[in-house]
Design a protein around this ligand. Structure first.
Ligand code: MG
Length: 169
């Protein structure tokens, strides 16, 4: 593999595990706040992020590359309100989209079309992640300030169940 592409992919494994860790921090915030549905939502999100990391790890191994696991940073965001947390979630997904796009561009430049094809799934996934995070903010802004609205929204989010990623290597 092109060294730059390999290094970016290796770094992305860490970024995905960091996402999982960040969402666990979000889940803990909502556990403390007594919002078990929101907690559940981010626990599912955590599992998805772990899957993303493992897919990338497996892909690098399929390509015969060694994987270097790095330390996962401490989630140090100041979680001050539920709405703030949701907004941080969207900002984080937008950041991750940029990272994926950067790897995609590097792979294209290296004519590594096996990697761009692999990353196509992630490009699509990021569009969904940003849409989902944005929708959650809208719902929270519409209904979150009303206790009954918040209760119903929490119940809606409690119904989310984890499903394995559609991408199989
Ligand atoms: Mg991800």
């Amino acid at each position: 593999m092109d060294k730059k592409v390999r290094d970016l992919m290796n770094a992305q494994i860490n970024a995905e595990f960091y996402s999982a860790y960040l969402y666990l921090d979000f889940a803990n915030y909502f556990a403390d706040a007594g919002l078990a549905g929101f907690q559940n939502w981010y626990m599912v999100q955590l599992q998805e992020e772990r899957d993303h990391a493992m897919l990338m790890l497996k892909f690098l191994q399929l390509k015969g590359e060694h994987v270097d696991l790095e330390a996962i940073a401490k989630p140090d965001k100041d979680l001050s309100s539920a709405l703030d947390v949701l907004k941080m979630g969207l900002a984080h997904e937008q950041y991750v989209s940029q990272l994926i796009n950067d790897i995609y561009a590097a792979a294209q430049e290296a004519k590594d079309f096996g990697t761009t094809q692999f990353l196509d799934w992630f490009v699509k996934e990021q569009v969904e992640e940003e849409d989902t995070a944005g929708s959650l903010i809208k719902k929270m802004e519409l209904f979150g300030s009303d206790p009954r609205g918040l209760y119903l929204l929490d119940q809606e989010l409690a119904a989310r169940v984890y499903t394995a990623p559609s991408l199989v290597l």
